[in-house]
Design a protein around this ligand. Sequence first.
Ligand code: 5AD
Ligand code: FES
Length: 349
Amino acid sequence: MIYKLADKLAETGNLTDSEFLSILDCREPEFSGYIAEKARAVREKFYGKDVYLRGLIEFTNICKNNCKYCGIRCGNKNAERYRLTEEEIFECSDTGYGLGFRTFVLQGGEDPYFTDERMVSIVRGLKERHPDCAVTLSIGEREKESYQKLFDAGADRYLLRHETADKAHYETLHPKEMSFEHRIQCLKNLKEIGFQVGAGMMIGSPGQTTKNLVEDLRFLQELKPEMVGIGPFIPHHDTEFADCAPGSVEMTLRLLSVIRLILPEVLLPATTALGTLDPQGREKGILAGANVVMPNLSPSGVRKKYLLYDNKICTGDEAAECIRCMSKRVAGTGYQVVHSRGDHIKFAK
Ligand code: 5AD
Ligand code: FES
């Protein structure tokens, strides 16, 4: 029965709510392998054996928000704060370029220092230095005019996880100053402007149910993002969720496969959080349908300060080591890291 549902999902790209629930609730270990195989077939149809690289530059851990799960929330007085200069960001990109990266992801907290003017200058500078590279921004909620300026400056993609598509659940994870509606509106604005857009959620965040995850799937079907970032929730010791259980690797892998089947052409990373909870997590992610990895390009001096959750991996490695390690890991799965921009098929030039 459950195997028939995976067949139906692979054939039609859709299921009813209760069928999705059965797939997420199924505890049979063999089922994960079965649905992963379906997901791999679909990803190979569109992207072959290629795994795309994104160089992640964590350029500020200063944040005005106080998300309850996050280690760099403004209320965490123990976090040691830093901000890279424009020049340092450019240096990271030059190092990355030499290592074969053709996408740079600028990720940071919602740091008011990085006004539109400053961000536009950074995006322009990156594009001037490396015109053959894609620039992805992951800098949180901003107004539509601001997103438009960043797009006009040359930014290609934007990542903004919706975190959960259930308003009540969203409100238990965020302080009351933050608005679920605003976050969703941001994603719609980004789409309208023409970015390749990434949404996504944490798996196993406190209070999350499999019903909530079905709502996430429906949301993704409606938004049709070009990228979906998912990873297990991992507690951070300086948050009110310090004692909560982490999300499950199994459930994350199951969702990677399901997302590949509902959005066949999506760019889907095997995330650092997955690699943090399981030493083979990213490899398993690739085998479950993921086709992107995001090695860290941040300067080694600041890596231990960008801690969204505890025990984060790759915080002690230089960029060159990280990329070597990652290429080896990917090769071990039978897939291969490629050095192209790795655009979504609909945006490929
Ligand atoms: N565990 C896992 N992922 C987290 N994020 C933030 N805090 C945590 C945590 N404790 C994720 C959020 C955010 C992304 C940058 O990192 O989904 O959007
Ligand atoms: Fe960073 Fe392995 S991927 S050290």
